[in-house]
Design a protein around this ligand. Sequence first.
Ligand code: DGY
Length: 326
Amino acid sequence: MGSSLPKVLITEPIPDKSIEFLSDRYTVEIGEKGRFQNEDALIEAIPEYHALLCMLSNPITKNVLQAGTNLKVVANFAVGYNNIDVEAATELGIKVANTPDVLTEACGDFAMGLLMAVSRKFNDAEQYLREGHFKGWEPLGFLGLELRGKTLGIIGMGRIGQAFAHRAKAFGMNIAYHNRSPLSQKEEQPLQASYIKDLDQLISTSDVVSVNCPLTPETHHLINERRLGLMQEHALLINISRGPVVDEKALAHALHNKHIAGAGLDVFEEEPKVYPHLLTAPNCTMLPHIASATFETRDAIGMLAVQAIHKILNGDDPKSITNLVN
Ligand code: DGY
């Protein structure tokens, strides 16, 4: 029976529940961790599969999609889908799904935690303790930025930007944002958020600048040397969106030269590589792209992705599938 079932490739292990959902219905292959991080490995494997469940670290290029002669659907195990050439998929009639909504709250929590870590220098202070330098309470040790009354400037006020804003509001921060268009009054009002049309103005007037926009050709290096130069000396930068939105070389320079006071990064320009000069930068908290990493959320991401695959392979009306991006 198994051999006549459609074949699904999951590029690396994901939560059991979603693997079981697919294995009950299809022939499923799971790649080992890291195997499909390059185009060639994908091109070689893809021809026999009808569906691909991929990670944000898998480059789903036009070449990969063209090699997928049996491919009907690509479901990304992520909300961001800059790793997939959606235009090529559309031309080839391959549906692409992502995982919106289910990770919003986990990412909102994480952004707030990252801001706390940077504003109160958790990492540098912990390292100091672990290295045995803590000799007693210090009145001038590890002084940080108090959040109450400060302005959080969010670039990209989508679901995750808003989830972060709600948490920051509860910490007494003022919320300002830059977005393609202002929020509705219903969304803006509880946050008492100010829409700042001019991005440079948002950056120069915020105490914390947070990058929450998707990576597109327009947002590549949106935070560059010039814009880092607009930030205030005591200001902090948070990035949990995609690494290439920030020019890492310029950021490392700004941190080392104390042009800004700190950064919290969950994403990097060339993951898994980190720009070496960032590794030695003061007050820079760096984490390995874990914003959505809770048991609950990763289960939900998996289920949303496998359901999109199942619906497409069963010829459901694409309009009924809410997480398709083409
Ligand atoms: C996503 O889903 O795009 C996130 O980067 C995962 O943490």
